[in-house]
Design a protein around this ligand. Structure first.
Ligand SMILES: NC(=O)c1ccc[n+]([C@@H]2O[C@H](COP(=O)([O-])OP(=O)(O)OC[C@H]3O[C@@H](n4cnc5c(N)ncnc54)[C@H](OP(=O)(O)O)[C@@H]3O)[C@@H](O)[C@H]2O)c1
Length: 312
């Protein structure tokens, strides 16, 4: 049985989800945050270095490992498959083995890109995976590593993640809207834009619930869940909605023309699933949480940017 305030190791604290987890998990127990570069109160660790990871685990002996680190550069993964696999498959496997040996819980994230995008029905957790590129394949291998190691785990598949910091579509659109009169955005990829804070809040709630119920390694709430905002849109729909709202909040002076283009007009090294809406009903039932429409998180995130004084 886990103590009331378990030691938590957070990997990837500078990422979109990691940064939000750092805020949400502080109250759960003593937390050591790690990142590639030094961060205040944290530890710098290159997670591509398996020996450094092993030393970190041996020194800190976490009871909960929250792995928000990943190789998320989908196109660059095609050129750098080995580096991508180390972060997305090798690291989770290493963490899962250690967690299984030491009865630690592993919290981990995966992606809608484990699917091939052919479905037109929201994809539930039982749907067969068929990733299209190196990133999706490596993330699927990471999921399997956790499942095979037999450690207590929570895997949250999420999608189209954005935050008020980091590299993401929302911030890119805001920057381009300030620079250009006209944007072209693909309208034939459909998904659910998901605010990183929603992911962190639900993750924290799930952990709290598991701890409150006795930290049972056989708890049926452990396992793999789909954690996205509700509803669906295209990248073009997301861009249009966020720029309209950004204009209302004074984050941009005017909304540029936004032209809808097919993916074929914007070729990328990695093929992306055309339709990857995840069915998020099971996680809402299991943890009693509400996953609002994607527009809610978008509005909160833009509001936060406006309050931070990032208006034009
Ligand atoms: N972004 C999306 O749209 C999306 C969609 C679906 C699922 N997901 C999944 O959600 C999870 C969180 O994604 P995110 O968007 O928060 O990712 P992110 O913003 O790209 O953050 C990734 C984190 O991993 C760290 N990292 C990468 N390589 C490292 C290394 N060698 N050593 C140490 N740290 C390293 C990064 O550090 P630096 O800051 O130093 O680079 C960063 O802190 C991931 O599992 C991802 O696969 C993301």
């Amino acid at each position: 049985m886990m103590p009331e305030a378990p030691r938590i190791l957070l990997l990837g604290a500078t990422g979109q989800v990691g940064h939000e987890l750092l805020r949400c998990l502080q109250a759960t127990g003593p937390l050591l945050a790690t990142a590639r570069r030094p961060l205040p109160g944290g530890k710098a660790v290159d997670l591509a270095d398996a020996d450094a990871v092993q030393a970190l685990l041996a020194d800190y002996r976490p009871q909960i490992i929250a792995n928000a680190a990943a190789w998320t550069a989908v196109d660059a993964a095609e050129e750098n498959p080995e580096a991508c696999w180390r972060l997305n498959a090798g690291l989770p496997e290493q963490l899962a083995r250690w967690a299984a040996e030491h009865d630690a819980l592993l919290l981990h994230y995966s992606t809608d890109y484990v699917f091939d995008g052919r479905s037109r029905q929201p994809l539930d957790e039982s749907r067969p995976t068929a990733p299209l590129g190196v990133y999706g394949q490596s993330k699927r291998a990471g999921e399997e590593a956790l499942q095979q190691a037999g450690c207590p785990h929570l895997i949250f598949r999420t999608a189209w993640v954005y935050a008020s910091r980091g590299r993401n579509f929302l911030l890119t659109m805001l920057r381009l809207a300030r620079e250009r009169d006209r944007l072209s955005v693909v309208d034939d990829q459909i998904g659910s834009p998901t605010w990183a804070r929603l992911i962190a809040q639900v993750s924290s709630q799930a952990l709290q619930q598991w701890l409150a119920e006795g930290a049972d390694p056989e708890d049926p709430c452990l396992g793999l869940w789909h954690l996205t905002a509700s509803g669906q849109t295209s990248w073009h729909g997301f861009a249009s909605a966020l720029l309209q709202q950004a204009r209302v909040l004074g984050l941009i002076e005017r909304v540029p023309e936004i032209h809808a283009i097919p993916s074929s007009a914007f070729p990328t090294p990695a093929q992306r699933p055309a339709w990857s809406v995840l069915d998020n009903r099971a996680i809402q039932r299991a943890f009693g949480c509400h996953l609002p429409d994607w527009r809610s998180g978008m509005q909160w995130c833009l509001q936060e940017l406006a309050e931070r004084g990032q208006a034009t």
